[in-house]
Design a protein around this ligand. Structure first.
Ligand code: FAD
Length: 653
């Protein structure tokens, strides 16, 4: 079983309250604002890189809180969790600690797009994150609300007309300076909560919004383009009031797969896992949604909501007459509550109760906390560079929901990367980027900064061009060694990644070294399914690639060659199956990289390129991409326009 000595929650509180009001210093290398999923990863990553880091967050006990669904991972999101883990981030290990129902989604498709996911115990997740932060050297956590960013004269050696030099706290008015500041204010920036016809200021239920001063600095003093988005959450339901015998039981995987490359097991034993249940909406649900639209302010607003996690109101309005899935998910090992995924709603509480009771297992259900909606400001992410630093403000980094994304995993991934870069800036080291060809984090950041967002952005595997290379099983090989060079990966994780890399290399060589005729393969493995007339010899690698043979079966007939690698049996089969496609992808990447890296001068007069449509000229003039690759990913660009640009730079070079 996964073991870890968790520090009791009180010690976190104590450490923090010791710091409140009398910080031992007035200057840190990096200040992170916000203790959500982006902020905790950013602060931990900056401290791991080796700089003195301060995390300032409104409420200490909400550090690491799961604002909405108690789950981690899923399709595309699971890839992000594994990549954050490969870079020594927190969320993967926290998921293994807090998971109470593990499953790999998308199993019917290839392993490149499997989605590791876990239902979580909220309290265990929060405890783990708090405990990790507490035991991170060079990291101080302070309870407080940041009122304002401090600005100073820009450094002439860096681009940008502004420079951030620290923060000012609300209430005490205390100023704390830093070389870099990472803002991760989530849904709190000018946040408003909606329930029925009631609207109140807030970032999340029970939490005040971020102060107006912060929005003012971003909009007025830094001149950043800010937009507005919305999201919502379902009511939480008392488990005892639900008739689960009327819902479909969905058990977890019998053998939980950990998120973290450092764990071989999860804390929850297989048999201790809790099930989820599936049910569906009825026509009565649709009737109540339609009848109560006039009582529902949130749904009447034209702010964009999450397309991929829509409210029940949006689903009814978009898909009239359909029944929708509702998952009844546990909120924790000992929690009395169920989370009805798929029933996010913002109507008045009494209407919410009537609505849920239209669903058979919920016909006597009681609501513990009603659903609500939140609307918040986000900063248009096209104003960021690949390091997540604001282009026009030296030292200011943004990560998480403030950049227009939705989801813990997207926030964690950005937070980690912003934290690494904020730390590097404070050490006067160059900024670093992750490319789309090496990681989903690279895909996420590139999509945000080159395309921007018009609705909350979530990760999907379809967003990555090189899915066969960017698999959840090989995130350590792709990122851990690089992370070690950047200083955000511990020596023990680095050594483990090197061991895995070398073992896989040796095992692949062993697979290529064993070679037999098909007759001899059939003698050893009679059910192998090789055709009779196959004359040439086949290597064990080819057997693994082209038949249903598993690595375990090969090891049973050639124990001396393969048994040393049994712990990598699944990884080796995946490596073998994808080898051919990966080789093609690597060749494509080389060619694309060459073209992508072709620079576009910043002073091109796009309006003079008459073979481009006026719309494309305007887009290029507005965003001024620095490379052909960046131009390709701008929304509104066409293949014909890219061809024109390609010819333009080829002639200019
Ligand atoms: P958060 O987790 O929101 O953390 C922000 C942190 O910043 C908080 O700790 C806050 O206290 C702190 N903070 C803010 N301002 C200041 C300040 N001035 N000074 C100090 N600290 C500050 N995601 C989904 O994927 N699907 C969903 O359906 C979904 N629904 C949601 C519904 C609701 C009502 C809410 C609130 C969130 C929902 N989310 C959903 C979003 C999910 O919670 C976020 O994507 C994720 O938490 C973003 O992480 P973050 O770190 O960017 O921000």
């Amino acid at each position: 079983m996964l073991t870890k000595k968790l520090l009791p929650a009180q010690s976190f509180q104590l450490l923090v309250s010791r710091n409140v009001g009398h910080l031992s210093r007035q200057r840190y290398d990096v200040i992170v604002v916000g203790g959500g999923h982006a902020g905790t990863e950013a602060a931990a990553a900056a401290a791991r890189v080796g700089v003195d880091t301060l995390l300032v967050t409104q409420k200490i006990h909400t550090v690491g809180a799961l604002s909405c669904n108690p789950s981690l991972g899923g399709i595309g999101k699971g890839h992000l969790v594994r990549e954050v883990d490969a870079l020594d981030g927190l969320c993967g290990r926290a998921g293994d600690w807090a998971g109470i129902h593990f499953s790999i989604l998308n199993r019917r498709k290839g392993p490149a797009v499997w989605g590791p996911r876990a239902q979580l115990d909220r309290q265990l997740y929060r405890d783990f994150i708090q405990s990790e932060l507490l035991s991170t050297p060079r990291l101080t956590v302070l309870e407080g609300s940041v009122e304002e960013l401090l600005l100073t004269d820009p450094n002439p050696d860096e681009p940008g007309p502004h420079r951030v030099s620290g923060i000012r706290l609300a209430n005490s008015g205390q100023s704390i300076s830093a070389a870099s500041v990472v803002l991760t204010t989530g849904t709190f920036l000018s946040g408003s909560l909606f329930m029925g016809q009631t609207t109140s200021p807030g970032g999340r239920i029970g939490d005040a919004p971020s102060s107006a001063g912060l929005s003012h600095t971003l909009r007025e003093r830094l001149g950043l383009k800010v937009g507005r988005l919305r999201t919502g959450t379902p009511p939480r339901i008392l488990k005892d009031s639900v008739d689960l015998s009327l819902a479909e039981l969905h058990p977890p995987d019998s053998c939980p797969t950990p998120f973290s490359f450092m764990n071989t097991q999860t804390r929850c034993k297989p048999e201790e896992q809790l099930p989820c249940y599936l049910t569906r909406t009825t026509p009565g649900v649709e009737k109540i949604v339609r009848e109560s639209l006039h009582l529902n302010c949130h749904i009447q607003q034209d702010t964009k909501g999450p397309r991929y996690c829509p409210s029940i109101e949006s689903k009814v309005l978009r898909f009239s007459g359909r029944s929708h899935q509702v998952w009844l998910e546990p909120e924790g090992l000992t929690s009395d509550l169920l989370y009805p995924q798929g029933l996010s709603m913002t109507m008045p509480p009494e209407v919410q109760l009537r609505l849920i009771r239209e669903i058979p297992p919920l016909h006597r259900a009681e609501i513990h906390t009603p659903g609500y909606g939140v609307q918040y400001d986000f900063v248009c992410p096209t104003q960021l560079s690949p390091s997540l630093q604001v282009k026009n403000t030296q030292g200011l980094f943004l990560a998480g929901q403030i950049n227009g994304t939705t989801g813990y995993e997207e926030a964690a991934a950005q937070g980690l990367w912003a934290g690494v870069n904020a730390a590097r800036r404070s050490l006067s080291m160059p900024q670093v980027a992750l490319s789309r060809t090496e990681s989903y984090i690279g895909v996420l950041i590139d999509d945000l900064i080159s395309r921007g967002v018009t609705e909350p952005y979530r990760m999907f595997t379809s967003r990555a061009e090189f899915r066969t290379l960017l698999r959840p099983d090989n995130a350590d090989l792709r990122l851990t060694l690089k992370g070690f060079e950047l200083g955000c990966v511990s020596p023990s994780r680095y050594q483990e990644a090197v061991r895995v890399k070398n073992s896989l290399r040796d095992a692949m060589a062993a697979l290529r070294a064993v070679s037999l005729s098909s007759t001899h393969w059939r003698e050893r493995l009679p059910d192998i399914g090789l055709s009779e007339n196959k004359m040439s010899k086949l290597t064990a690698m080819e057997i693994l690639q082209h038949t249903d043979t598993t690595f375990e079966m090969l090891a049973s007939v050639f124990p001396e060659s393969f048994s040393p690698y049994m712990e990598f049996a699944q990884r080796l089969r995946i490596e073998a199956v994808y080898k051919y496609l990966c080789d093609i992808s690597r060749r494509d990447i080389k060619r694309i990289q060459k073209e992508e890296n072709m620079s576009l001068p910043q002073d091109v007069d796009y309006f003079s390129l008459s073979s481009l449509s006026m719309e494309v000229r305007e887009i290029l003039d507005r965003y001024r991409p620095s490379t052909l690759g960046a131009a390709t990913r701008l929304e509104g660009m066409t293949p014909a326009a890219i061809q024109v640009l390609f010819q333009y730079v080829s002639i200019a070079e």
